[in-house]
Design a protein around this ligand. Structure first.
Ligand SMILES: [Fe+2]
Length: 267
């Protein structure tokens, strides 16, 4: 984990921002505290120095997503993650108090943006996000088990109730049968790790015992880093070899996170 101490991310040079992007490739999550002052536009401009920001194109059901960005009518690179209602009476993404168990956002999507920014805007104190770095968990496997992982493929999808509550119906139940994902992957910084969003995996082609062993392995306490939020935190996370989890949080209606999805095309 890398914590970057910088007074104001909007004052960084483009190369300074890209250096943070390179850290993110290498370390899979980067935390930059004390950015209370930045605007939604600043969030997007920071991410655009690293890569292309997902502006939610119309072919991905723009209206459904716009409800979650409507606070910023002309600015659709920023999604609200909150139970707080906007001026149209709509909550943001994941408005429930219950935990969102280990996952990768849009694990089944190809191509998928490799990075996310989360920015704690208000009411974040006391909420916790967990991370598992699957480069580290992979490196700790025995050579025999690494061998067993080679060539394993699977489909990805999502199902209500597997990693978020059954009652949360924003995402659709689906399996992407058109793409098989490799369990062992190398990222752009040359690290090898596991693509293992185990709550979103279907049609696992490897040994069932290996699947269970890997779940037990990667979820050991020693591999879990918990970030305790404070307002102003900018948390950058990678979306292939990193799993994340939101813990139960009572005051979700008072907590507002902004989320920006982007890639690494400028690194
Ligand atoms: Fe997520």
């Amino acid at each position: 984990m890398t914590t970057v101490t910088v007074a104001d991310i909007t004052k960084l040079s483009p190369e300074g921002v890209r250096n943070i992007g390179r850290m993110l490739r290498n370390d899979l999550y980067v935390i930059i505290p004390n950015q209370n002052h930045i605007s939604p536009q600043d969030e997007v401009e920071f991410c655009e120095k690293i890569g292309t920001v997902d502006k939610i194109p119309p072919d991905r059901d723009f209206d459904r997503h716009r409800r979650h960005t409507a606070e910023y009518d002309d600015w659709n690179g920023v999604a609200r993650v909150t139970g707080e209602l906007n001026k149209d009476g709509e909550p943001g993404l994941f408005p429930h108090k219950e935990e969102i168990n280990w996952h990768i956002d849009q694990a089944s999507t190809i191509p998928r943006n490799c990075f996310l920014m989360l920015h704690g805007v208000r009411g974040t104190s006391g909420s916790v996000t967990g991370f598992i770095n699957n480069i580290i968990t992979y490196n700790d496997l025995s050579d025999d088990i690494k061998q067993g992982c080679e060539g394993v493929k699977f489909h990805c999808g999502a199902e209500h109730g597997t990693y978020s509550p059954k009652s949360y119906k924003f995402f659709r139940n689906h399996i992407n049968n058109s793409h098989k994902f490799d369990l062992v992957q190398q990222n752009a910084s040359g690290h090898t790790g596991l693509y293992f969003p185990f709550n979103q995996i279907y049609d696992w082609e490897g040994d069932k015992g290996l699947f269970d062993l890997l779940v037990d392995h990667v979820t050991q306490d020693k591999y879990i880093f918990e970030h305790c939020w404070e307002d102003g935190d900018v948390v950058l996370l990678e979306q292939n070899l990193l799993l994340h989890k939101r813990y139960y949080f009572e005051s979700i209606a008072e907590r507002l996170l902004h989320r920006v999805s982007f890639n690494d095309s400028n690194l």
